[in-house]
Design a protein around this ligand. Sequence first.
Ligand code: SF4
Ligand code: SF4
Length: 244
Amino acid sequence: MDAVELKSLACGYGADFVGIVDLASLRGIRTEPADLLSGYKRAISIGIRLSDGVIDPIVDSPTPLYQQHYLRVNDRLDDIAIRVSQYLQKSGTKALPIPASQLLDMKNWTSYISHKAVAIAAGIGWQGKSLLVVNPECGPRLRLVTVLTDADLEPDKPIKNRCGKCLACAEACPATAIKGENTDSHFKDRDEALYFQRCVDKVVGDFAKRPFIEKPICGVCIRACPWGVKKRKSKPRIGTGKGK
Ligand code: SF4
Ligand code: SF4
């Protein structure tokens, strides 16, 4: 199986974006457990574009519609990751689907691996000032999942940061948590980009306590990004094996 075939398969299962990372390029990344990547060669990053109809009405706080959309898209991503893994396994290669949203460390808000870091290395988007993955077609209006595999798939390349002088996410943030710093590739840690605790305090201490939200979600920096509203059209990216 080659990378184009694998991407086409994932898009057939409902993915909008698929990119492949050589795990050598993620050396040193924090994982849980520490040897999570051992025995694997590649990570497959899979994204689903969020609905503009759900994101557009967000102003300064999450909506009940966004809460449901967030949960259902995560379910869908998990389903795609499982199906891709089944296919890889049947083809005789190892595969591990990493859940789309399962926190393992509630203090540091970390999971098995950062889906964002994988997606950035896979060329699905660049790391915005908000820390979100910003895709040229839909901005940060996407959610992500990862599959690890030992299949020898051709990796993609990261894309250049295009935030420029924009500060829309920082200006919109209801917690003034986004510092407005930029990065050529990716931030060394999230504290470079965010006053992270301010974001946590807002989503946990305020939004998660609101009726019909009940989850630590926000959506404001997703809504604010101009890259999410400039480009409305999104075709399934079955890819050529190269980053854009
Ligand atoms: S998720 Fe909300 S609170 Fe956190 S940085 Fe984005 S806009 Fe600010
Ligand atoms: S809103 Fe502007 S600064 Fe923030 S991630 Fe989007 S392009 Fe970058």
